[in-house]
Design a protein around this ligand. Sequence first.
Ligand code: NAD
Length: 494
Amino acid sequence: MPQAYKNFINGEWVASQRGETFEDRNPANTDEVVGVFQKSDQRDVNAAIEAAKEAYKKWRLVPAPRRAELIYYAGQLLVKRKEDYATAMTREMGKVLKESRGDVEEAIDISYFTAGEGRRMYGQTTPSGLPNKFQMSIRQPLGVCAMITPWNFPMAIPSWKVIPALVCGNTVVLKPATETPMSSVNFIQTLADAGIPKGVINLVTSTGSQVGTPLMNHPDVKIVSFTGSSEVGSIVSKACAPDFKHCSLEMGGKNCMVVMPSAKLDLAVDGALWGAFGTTGQRCTATSRIVVHKDVYKQFVEKLTECTKKLKVGHGLDPTVDMGPAINQSQLDNDLRYIGIGKKDGGRLVTGGERLTGGIYDKGYFLQPTIFADITQQMTIWKEEIFGPVLSIAMCESLEQGIEMANDSAYGLSASIYTQDINEAFSAMRDVYTGIFYVNSPTIGAEVHLPFGGTKATGNGHREAGIQALDVFSEWKSCYIDFSGTLQKAQIDE
Ligand code: NAD
């Protein structure tokens, strides 16, 4: 019998009101049920928000350094539990074990980094224009924060939201993706074990319509922090608008690597393999487009194709495997649909393109790593996010054209350039309009102490991680203290 997991509301693991559950299955072996989780609805959401609202009254008054100490301790517990949680993550999400370890590591890193902010959260003190007057700005929490997260980074993304929210003094209701609730259960359990008081963190599982919708529409929620597709992000944004709820959105990407003639070609090939096929291409920052200068185009495509053919696809717990399965049938169907469109539009399929079958492959959602060359800017697979191991390669004639092509996207999350020419590197860094940029690395590999997020359809101007996450989960209050004993009027000539 697979283990049954519950919602976490007001410090207790509780069954959903309707008493129904859903299964979380391993995408590499759909015979394996990883766990059984609560099918919740509005009633569970209401209970979680009520608990978070009540807990906020005390939690906001706990000194920030004390709140942060609990977060630091949670980070230490995650270190001890890393291997178990990474193994559970690979079983529910499919990515290879070393990447799941990296996902847990991000939760550890953000815990340690943001715990330090508990003793900083710097505001400003400024001189006043008037005598005997003091002024400063301070951060204040917002209240109950709703968090809606995707399946591809099942512990890292919840942690990027929950940890800074808690250090700032907010309380939280988290709704994880239905494909990966286990990693959120593990994360929330760790926070509870670290001593976060009851009601401060709450977890409610189920679908977007059953839990996400009532959560974002609830009047007691002060901010919705969402990571997922741009389609759903747009729905969240509209739901928040009528009562001016804060809304922080991290959405899709169509990230581009530019390869120039001076680049170390083997390094660029290694980067392309990791950027395009790491996490089965299911990263918001995945390298899904590569623009190669005409002088090295043929050579690059040949080398990359040769290396891609050697990648081993399989179960993420097998240490010899390079790439795991797609998350589910619908993602696999989506990948195959785009491969069909790529062929129809005239892309040159240089490797992959087929679902893998036979043996262990029949039990999961396995796809060959796929490369299309000779892609043009008019083609659908150049433009649309696929979120699978399907890479599009196009040719450019110059750096300027490469930059123009990198910018030719509705999204603006991440980009990179491979070059040994410092002038090219700095020009591209300045002119490519994305939230993240790499030189001589693929488009993936962000670290938690710099802001994470994107421009255009990727986001709405907020950033996760770094100290910038504090701006999402706190509001500024400017305070003026007049100790002159007289009525002083700012800006008024007397
Ligand atoms: P998704 O938009 O389908 O789902 C994200 C979350 O929203 C899930 O928890 C889902 O249950 C919930 N949801 C779905 N419909 C909803 C609705 N109508 N109302 C409220 N909640 C709803 O995305 P996904 O398939 O889980 O993840 C893949 C997408 O996430 C990709 O587009 C990827 O680029 C993006 N992503 C972005 C980042 C980033 O930081 N920019 C990071 C990871 C993933």
